[in-house]
Design a protein around this ligand. Structure first.
Ligand SMILES: C[S@@+](CC[C@H](N)C(=O)[O-])C[C@H]1O[C@@H](n2cnc3c(N)ncnc32)[C@H](O)[C@@H]1O
Length: 233
């Protein structure tokens, strides 16, 4: 059974968008996952397809109506996790991505305007997920980010050229830096240990570089204890 993604959106034309290219696009064409973008306007009760209304309590902007969103969610309720993408949500991280990728798929609700009426979020038990501490104009780019992160982890999607084993966040660390040919570029040399062919020394250098980057850039991350690091010489 492939990973099934349903996106509820006011802009179905934004899908698959960039997800039709590269790894995700090849995997989509190969049937490793499916993607369906549904227009929320199709669930509006009135003929004009009205999906939003003014906020109770006043204030700027419009709010997406609970009845419209509820009808859309009811139409694809089949046990998959249902996620509302919102800056008010918990920050998406690699652990959540891994768990989602191991499941049957996702239903993603993309907000617009000021967002979605809180009552339908609660009534449908939506998981609220943010992709970062900034505000997008709509949930669609966030849905694309989440799907890209999940799809690359699906079985058979990443080839030998790509690997999820040592990448950033795999053990609570940012990844070590990478280098390729030429060994000297614009007077800058590749760290000598990487040319040594000494596997244990390379692994130790990479672990230390990963720890240093994490300490300096993301002190909030919690590195896992060194399980597979090489023994000290
Ligand atoms: C203009 S935003 C609404 C922002 C909202 N009024 C707030 O201040 O929290 C419109 C929609 O974009 C999406 N969105 C914006 N920023 C996001 C983020 N960082 N992560 C996920 N979705 C986001 C959400 O679906 C949201 O309903």
């Amino acid at each position: 059974m492939s990973f099934a993604a349903t996106v509820l959106t006011l802009s179905p034309g934004m899908f698959p968008g960039p997800l039709s290219e590269s790894l995700a696009g090849r995997a989509l064409a190969a049937g490793r996952w499916t993607l369906e973008a549904r227009d929320l306007r199709g669930y509006a009760a009135d003929r004009g397809g009205r999906v939003d209304d003014t906020p109770f309590g006043g204030g700027a902007g419009m709010v997406m109506r609970p009845d419209v969103v509820d009808a859309a969610l009811a139409d694809c309720a089949d046990g998959r996790p249902s996620i509302y993408l919102t800056p008010r949500g918990r920050l998406l991280n690699q652990a959540r991505v891994r768990a989602l990728a191991a499941g049957p798929g996702v239903v993603l609700l993309c907000g617009r305007y000021e967002g979605v009426d809180q009552r339908v979020i609660e009534a449908r038990g939506l998981e609220e997920v943010s992709i970062g501490d900034y505000v997008l104009a709509g949930g669609e780019p966030a849905a694309i980010v989440l799907l890209d992160a999940c799809v690359r982890l699906l079985p058979g999607v990443m080839g030998a050229a790509e690997s999820a084993e040592e990448e950033s966040f795999s053990d609570g660390l940012l990844e070590y830096p990478h280098y390729t040919r030429p060994a000297v570029w614009q007077g800058r040399e590749v760290p000598g240990v990487l040319l040594s062919g000494h596997h244990a020394a390379i692994a130790a250098w990479r672990r230390a570089a990963a720890e240093r980057a994490t300490r300096e850039r993301r002190p909030d991350l919690r590195p896992s204890p060194v399980a597979s690091a090489p023994a000290a010489p």
